[in-house]
Write a protein that binds this ligand. Structure first.
Ligand code: CAA
Ligand code: NAD
Length: 283
């Protein structure tokens, strides 16, 4: 199946990065957000990153102009009516995601593939909310999308081989490396990463060490590029909490219980870098 026109829904940190990578790989992409301000911010971020790449000599002015031309903004989901592939990257909440998928099911052409960038929610349940479950799949990019090579491709039990192969080929076209993962809570990446982040928050909560020292242990002791608390702020503490809840509910095992301090931070609106405050201050 050939893919010419793509839409990415949600112009937050993930959606904007995904749209940028598609535009730079030669695909026409519409970036959609229900919030006009969020859309403007997402597009401004892409333009800034493209300009930085030109300044560093990593992109030519022609490549920059072509990428910008292939990218358009949208606040109307009906703009998906001519899309061959849609990737949803809205908030990590099942009700919100299934509503988006039900609308897309009505709006997009019958051949279109509907993918989700969910970090942890069951793809099988999202697929079942549409009339085309064999064309629904997880396409899980890592943050920051323009830099990270991995894409977890998650098969719902209904996903067809044709859909899988189309998304695998598209991932390679984006110059990313696909891994095939089955539909379990947190898939592979977050089943392994998020308990480590949650444990770092427990260590802070229990007074084992300071924020800075917990991060130093993992950066200098294990050569991680970011300490776990910096990484949690970078991902978004709301997203971290949603993922821990999915692991806890999905496996019914107390080892996945979210740290109370994480819940408290989210309740306070301290969501990390995107809100200006998390374990660190970004003001
Ligand atoms: N967006 C886009 N590009 C970014 C970026 C961002 N937010 N931050 C940094 N970059 C780019 C820079 O422009 C630079 O690119 P060039 O080399 O082309 O100039 C490159 O990344 C390196 O940047 P820096 O030298 O400024 O910084 P660094 O060497 O410290 O690297 C980093 C920054 C790549 C983010 C690194 O700290 C890192 O790898 N951190 C860990 C990231 C990680 O673990 N991601 C996975 C999160 S979990 C997830 O995504 C799954 C989920 O569902 C929650
Ligand atoms: P974000 O909060 O930065 O952005 C979400 C955007 O979606 C916002 O701009 C919001 O206005 C928009 N939105 C919400 N509902 C919408 C709707 N119905 N229609 C159109 N737009 C809508 O979130 P994010 O960090 O970019 O995460 C997005 C998704 O990607 C989540 O499912 C998350 O779990 C997943 N994810 C996040 C990371 C990460 O590190 N943050 C990594 C991989 C996957």
């Amino acid at each position: 199946m050939s893919i010419n026109q793509v839409m990415v829904i949600g112009a937050g940190q993930m959606g904007a990065g995904i749209a940028q990578v598609f535009a730079q790989s030669g695909l026409k992409v519409k970036l959609n957000d229900m919030n006009e301000e969020a859309l403007k911010k997402g597009i401004a971020g892409i333009e800034k990153r493209l300009q930085r790449a030109v300044d560093k000599g990593k992109l030519t002015a022609d490549e920059q102009a072509n990428a910008k031309e292939r990218l358009t903004g949208s606040t109307d989901l009906n703009d998906a009516s001519d899309c061959d592939l849609v990737i949803e990257a809205v908030v990590e909440n099942m009700d919100v995601k299934t509503k988006v998928f039900q609308s897309l099911d009505e709006i997009t052409p019958a051949h279109a593939i509907l993918a989700t960038n969910t970090s942890s929610l069951p793809i099988t349940e999202i697929a079942a909310s549409t009339s085309r479950p064999s064309q629904v799949i997880g396409m899980h990019f890592m943050n920051p999308v323009p830099v990270m090579k991995l894409v977890e491709i998650i098969r719902a039990i209904q996903t067809s081989d044709e859909t899988y192969q189309t998304i695998e080929a598209m991932t390679e076209k984006l110059n990313k490396t696909p891994v095939e993962v089955n539909d379990f809570p947190g898939f592979a990446a977050n089943r392994i990463l998020m308990p480590m982040i949650n444990e770092a928050i427990f260590a802070l909560h229990e007074g084992v060490a300071s924020v800075e020292d917990i991060d130093k242990v993992m950066k200098l002791g294990m050569n991680h590029p970011m300490g776990p608390l910096t990484l949690a702020d970078f991902i978004g503490l709301d997203t971290c909490l949603y993922i821990m809840e999915v692991l806890h509910d999905g496996f019914g095992d107390s080892k996945y219980r979210p740290c109370p301090l994480l819940r408290q931070y989210v309740k306070a609106g301290w969501l990390g870098k995107k809100s200006g405050r998390g374990f660190y201050s970004y003001e």
